[in-house]
Design a protein around this ligand. Structure first.
Ligand SMILES: [Zn+2]
Length: 347
């Protein structure tokens, strides 16, 4: 089987002190990405932060300034769909606690960062429950997409901040809603701090598997399919070369389009320095050389279903041009650029 690449993007604002503007975090980078995808025949998968949209939609009547934000989101969604891309579910429950004033969103705390922190009642119409958040989120995304593509169906899920485990708490509701394809797992990645509790160290080095109630453990005939985010380890030569290449790029070329700030990671920086350096195959901040080394190392390990992950908000002109070189080589090698749900159908 020839390798395929699923390009996935988490469509969201920043989650830190400054959420950033939809114009700079979403619209501008989306236009650049759409042009790039069109030029290389890439059909991407957009993991859409539905609770942000839910807050904007419900906030418009009391904050007319949100009308422009809503228009940007709807225009981007229509453009994605009209260009053959798919939209799937992404949930960041701390949006439920966000406040909006004078054109800015503020997150007073991250007590509900993980889906698991929501109430456990089996109430599909209460967004403050795990059941309601998944059920209402999926319906809302389908309604939004159906404005462009009638009867649109959402089938895949990516947990916000990779916070999928313990999957046992989410599995019944994901299954009930037909969300049986997951792409939250990044093998080898460990992020543990006051907000995250992510540990994918024990995942198999495979490009897809079925599972039942723990996405890290393959189960024959499991109800769910995991198509993991592709990860790899950089060797020293690649690290040095990429560091130098990035260092020599003009600051305005490597400046990201997004204008917000990342979520604070208390206590994580030290840990991440100590943890094995696992890289995600991304279009955000890798050099062409890193992308190629990552791709080739994954293929040499037997992977045929590769998944690239990134966020429009972190895209820069440098990221776009490096990714363009990467896509160009992949196209010349006959790699297929398939949306995630199509990739999952080969499992
Ligand atoms: Zn996210």
């Amino acid at each position: 089987m020839k390798p395929s690449l699923s390009v996935t993007l988490d469509y969201e604002l920043f989650l830190g002190v400054k959420s950033g503007t939809p114009e700079n975090c979403l619209n501008t980078p989306t236009i650049h990405l759409l042009n790039l995808f069109r030029d290389y025949g890439v059909r991407a998968t957009v993991f859409f932060d539905i609770l942000y949209y839910w807050r904007v939609l419900n906030g418009v009547s009391s904050n007319p300034a949100l009308r422009a934000d809503l228009d940007i989101i709807k225009t981007n969604v229509a453009s994605f769909l009209k260009n053959g891309h798919e939209l799937e579910l992404h949930l960041h429950p701390h949006w439920l606690d966000a406040t909006y004033a004078e054109g800015e969103w503020t997150f007073p705390h991250y007590k509900r960062f993980r889906l698991h922190s929501l109430k456990t009642d089996n109430n599909p119409s209460d967004i403050n429950t795990i059941c309601g958040c998944i059920t209402m989120g999926k319906r809302l995304l389908e309604d939004l997409c159906s404005e462009t593509t009638p009867h649109y169906k959402v089938n895949a899920f990516r947990a916000g901040g990779w916070s999928l485990e313990p999957m046992k708490q989410l599995a019944p509701y994901l299954k009930e809603n037909g969300l049986t394809i997951d792409s939250s797992v990044a093998p080898g990645l460990v992020v543990q701090n006051a907000i995250h509790d992510v540990n994918f160290e024990s995942c198999p080095d495979k490009d897809g598997w079925r599972f039942e109630d723990d996405a890290r453990v393959p189960t024959e005939n499991g109800s769910f399919k995991e198509i993991p985010i592709s990860t790899f380890k950089n060797d020293l030569i690649t690290k040095c070369r990429s560091f130098w290449e990035k260092y020599t790029v003009e600051p305005n070329v490597k400046k990201i389009y997004g204008d917000g700030t990342a979520i604070p990671f208390p206590r994580s920086r030290f840990f991440q320095k100590m943890a094995p350096s696992v890289k995600i195959l991304t279009f955000e901040n890798l050099t062409f050389f890193e992308m190629m080394r990552g791709f080739d190392s994954l293929v040499s390990r037997g992977h045929r279903r590769l998944v690239m992950a990134g966020h429009p908000k972190y895209v820069s002109p440098f990221a776009i041009s490096e990714t363009e070189r990467f896509f160009s080589v992949l196209r010349s090698r006959g790699v297929r650029f398939t949306p995630l749900t199509e990739t999952a159908s080969t499992l």
